[in-house]
Ligand binder design. Sequence first.
Ligand code: GLA
Length: 727
Amino acid sequence: MAIFENKQDKTFTLYTKNTMYQMKVDDFGVLQHIYYGKRMEYVDLSYSAWLGVVSFSPNPIDRVNYSNNHAPLELSACGLGDFRINALALRNHDGSLAADPRFYSAEVIKGKYSIPGLPAFYGEEGETLVITLKDSLYDIYFHMYYGVLEEYDLITRAVRIENKSDRSIKLERALSATLDLPNGRYDMVSFYGRHTRERMYERANINHSRLTVESVRGASSHMQNPFVIIADRETNEDYGDAWGMALVYSGNFMVIAEMDHMDKTRVIIGINPENFNYEVPAGDVFCTPEVAMVYSDAGFGKMSNCFHKAIRNNLCRGEYKYAERPVLINNWEATYFDFNADKLVSMARDAAKIGVELLVMDDGWFGNRDNDTTSLGDWFPNEEKLQGTLKSLAERVNNEGLKFGIWFEPECISSVSELYKEHPDYAFKIPGREPQISRWQYILDYSRKEVCDNIYEQLCKVLENANISYVKWDFNRHISDLYSVALPAEKQGEVYHRYMLGLYDLLERITSKFPHILFESCSGGGGRFDCGMLYYMPQVWTSDNSDAIDRLKIQYGTSFAYPVRTMGAHVSVCPNHQNARVTPLQTRGNVAYFGTYGLELDITKMTDEEKAEIKRQIVEFKKYYNLIQFGDYYRLSSPFDEENSLYCAWEVAREDGSEALVCAVRYGQDANSAPETFKVKGLCPNKFYRINGSEEKYLGQALMTVGIRYKYDFFSYPSNLYHITLA
Ligand code: GLA
């Protein structure tokens, strides 16, 4: 039983394998947050929730020693004395901005809940607790959903707001969760970036000023990721408390952490309130997206592993959830827009010889698209460029022994396109204002069903008429000029979220209609790498930056929440197209192994020696495939720690400690540098191991506590794999 209700104590306790989460209904019906941390025997922990002196904080008339401003709350709302950051701003029909949620009922349901129209973790083996709170004045109900996946220490939360009154209400802010932590000093770890530099690790103290991580770009974005870690000041990879929070949503989001006036830390997470104003008519409901949380008492590493397993097993779906993904070659960096069918077929022919399994035709195959100024929205093949039909091109590629994949950017529309000529109103545009253009394109108004249907029909026609095994779903600009002609003025604050609902619905329709197709999500590389997208598409193009050294930081940062299996990673040519760096081909391969491994280059222009090396890599990648994709992942040495180390190292290990693979890349280039060692993780302490088949045997405990010295080759950016097997 993962969920335990103690009627006498009025507590609800959620248990996972190693963690415990407790709430209590106080004497006035307020749902208090009591505890989230290490698992222990049941005890009512509410004695610990000291509320503090209530000076200069308003209190309800019947509760002199109590204030909403001090209580640890499961649902924090503005208007009635809680002056801290809060999750809910509800405008009632009378114009007041206030809500007073009190306990109404509770129910335990077998299986993990789902949310209509929104992505969410799933699992019949899970359990759900629904605590319903009701406003003390109006017939407005707050159904607080708690999902528990015990095995992965995962607890999810979402709120369904139900308006049973006979008048409309407006949500001006409706975040998914409030997390009130006890007194202490905490940090927030977040992942910032920009195009070609996504998910850079950053750690900041949570102090009395508010710390915000957010996106208002209509996409989760390159700039911040909807995943944060709250941690004790001392927490590191292996020690200390860490609370990871991942929002299962791909649009505007916000996380705020603050230390309040009583030195308690509050975190709120959910949809960004900027330009959000959602009407819930009488009898209707609004569901927030879900937030998934993992607490670890042993640092970031343990937390990441829980997220990795839960995402692999209980978020990603479809035929490719566990199936081996094909090694693909993508023509983008090989040709950009300048290709025809013969060129692609010649690439397929050479690629087949070295073991590649799928060829992706990237941007430029449709409409009149020979550059990025035109044709998004016109999803019909350019038969001149393809030297025949799309079907015949797919056949030609198949005849070379490769599967065939294709690129789309379904949410955008070029100003020069047939679709724009016919339906200029399909694009977001504020009346009377010239819309901002970005890469010569506008955004389609996916809040409108007929717009989504138009694109759906076009996509189906393409996918039905050729043998297509893979789709790259791109999104190369973010949203501005938000305005839907289909909605009245007072509902424009709903468009951002309605856009996401339209997108998710379209993705659900397309991915379920074409279950054999592998979908990869992309947004100018990793501009929409989040749990929302992973529910529909099990891998994401991690970054347009394919340089092996820059990728260390990008993939390392991404690994805090997301498993290796979700990270698109390709070998490309040198000098690298994004930063002109020259790295050994072997290092490019080693880094791409810790992702979905593919190629982003013109194979026909590679030397025989290079082709032989890539052929070797594909064999090696496949040899380690199962271990890399399904093993436990460990970060050993951080590429963000340039001052202390010249190496980045990460590892995957079988859960039972029987085998491990370490990848170490030397990214620094100092002369006469001091020797460095790395310590392996996840081995059996009392067993002996060999490294890369060595004669010498090493005790597991020794490898984990003393470590071994990095091998050092005297050239730029060397890398090594250390395959550790039982002796
Ligand atoms: C984005 C993607 C690239 C490529 C181009 C095509 O930038 O991230 O991989 O598909 O679009 O225009």
